[in-house]
Design a protein around this ligand. Structure first.
Ligand SMILES: [Zn+2]
Ligand SMILES: [Zn+2]
Length: 277
């Protein structure tokens, strides 16, 4: 996994105090971009991660810090809209729209991926060898979703997306090795529809992953210091917790390894099989 951004919410996005490019998942069998917000394309190129090698784009909900670069990634994935290729997985709001959000990927872009999957809580599908289970999120976009990626050998990796705490949220992530939490606000600063450190403590306590990884920091979180908040979660739950940084790489093998930003990631991608083309 490469974190092309660890910022979230309006002011972190506007100011780019933290980047907002989302997360690239690279494995031997697939290359997925999750939540390509502003900067996803540019930082992807900047880090040597070729957008044309992407085989799946997943957009968890219809807010700009998650969707702005999605159409460009669809264009890259489909070789400039010339080849039916790859998978687009997105919430109902992103594909169709709802009462509060317009669709954020045009019909033109929705017809080119080989597969388009409307992500609703409870559905599962496979991307090559990996299985993805869509989980429930409760956010200001009522169609927002999270996900649980089941890799088989390397265990499960999950992503909450933007959500508030609700009864049962942690249960969806029990047994995962790595839990990525979109934690917009620090402890003591609640905001409806969003996650604070206090909420994250409850979720991590229930899910008990091998490692909790924090990302999607809003301005108040950035000023408070995400590392301090990670420390607090670790102290309260006993679960090792790390605050992600822009450009950080996480390698899930027998152990979960974390590396600081590297300028180029070319080696990672070249090892990918290209049979999903
Ligand atoms: Zn967000
Ligand atoms: Zn949102």
């Amino acid at each position: 996994m490469v974190f092309l951004g660890t910022g979230g919410g309006r002011f972190a996005t506007i100011t780019q105090k933290r980047r907002t490019g989302g997360i690239r998942f690279l494995s031997e069998v697939f290359n997925m971009h999750l939540d390509p917000g502003p900067g996803a394309l540019v930082y992807s190129l900047n880090m040597g991660l070729d957008p044309q090698k992407v085989t799946a784009v997943l957009v968890s909900h219809s807010h700009p810090d998650h969707y702005t670069d999605a159409e460009v990634f669809v264009e890259a994935m489909t070789r400039g809209m010339t080849k039916k290729r790859g998978a687009l997985i997105a919430s109902h709001s992103v594909l169709v729209g709802n009462d509060t959000c317009e669709p954020s990927i045009s019909k033109y872009h929705q017809q080119m991926p080989k597969e388009v999957i409307e992500a609703k809580p409870g559905i599962t599908f496979t991307l090559n060898d990996a299985r993805i289970l869509i989980t429930e999120a409760r956010h200001t976009d009522p169609d927002a979703i999270g996900l649980r990626l089941e890799t088989g050998d390397m265990g499960d990796i999950a992503y909450t997306s933007d959500t508030e705490f609700f009864e049962g949220i942690g249960k969806q992530y029990q047994g995962v090795r790595l839990l990525i939490l979109c934690i917009l606000r620090p402890s003591g600063k609640p905001w409806k529809g969003h996650m604070t450190t206090d909420d994250a403590i409850k979720i991590v306590e229930e899910a008990r992953p091998e490692l909790a990884l924090l990302t999607h920091f809003g301005m108040q979180m950035i000023f408070r210091g995400p590392e301090k908040e990670a420390q607090l979660i670790h102290e309260k739950t006993g679960v090792p917790t790390v605050a992600a940084t822009d450009g950080m790489c996480v390698n899930v093998q027998k152990e979960i390894q974390i590396q600081g930003p590297k300028k180029k990631q070319r080696g990672l991608e070249d090892s990918l099989k290209t049979d999903y083309v």
